[in-house]
Design a protein around this ligand. Sequence first.
Ligand SMILES: C[C@@H](N)C(=O)N[C@H](C)C(=O)O
Ligand SMILES: [Zn+2]
Length: 181
Amino acid sequence: DSSIVSLKTIDSTIIQDVRYATTNNFTGKVLYPSAIVFLRKVVADSLSKANKYFLEKYNYRIKIFDGFRPLHIQKLMWQIMPDERYVANPTKGSRHNRGAAVDITLVDLNGNELDFGTQYDDFSEKASPNYLDFPNPILENRKLLKEVMNKFGFIQLDSEWWHFDFKDWKRFSIPVEDGID
Ligand SMILES: C[C@@H](N)C(=O)N[C@H](C)C(=O)O
Ligand SMILES: [Zn+2]
């Protein structure tokens, strides 16, 4: 279950919106050559279970922005945003670089994103799950996202509501990239 798989082969009902394969991301640059989400198989399986739970209990679906992220992309991101609250330092590596983290939101049956108070990759204090100065519906959406993801083995970052590490991320290493910098 440590193989790296395309998420679509595990669960085609999770919506994919790979913003780093477009210019619509905090760097303003296309970072990925293709919009395919890869994850460790056990991480993809767990995300699929969370998605089924959201669908059956709440009529929501997961929309994923990012999964596995190559280390050389992490280095590019760090050059633009060298702040460890918002981009992991590539000398330590991100859990995304291990295929063991996901950036997600929730959508309703019409595909509309639920309100979590900020957009994806809004690098401000409002992105923190500890920021409480929001109306109740937003706080409730945040609570639901965190609780269900915890139930399926994911741990939320305390500076980004959308980022979850898989609990066993240490089991997976960062793939070596020969000749890329
Ligand atoms: C860049 C942002 N989407 C993200 O994933 N940040 C965390 C901290 C990371 O780089 O691991
Ligand atoms: Zn992330």
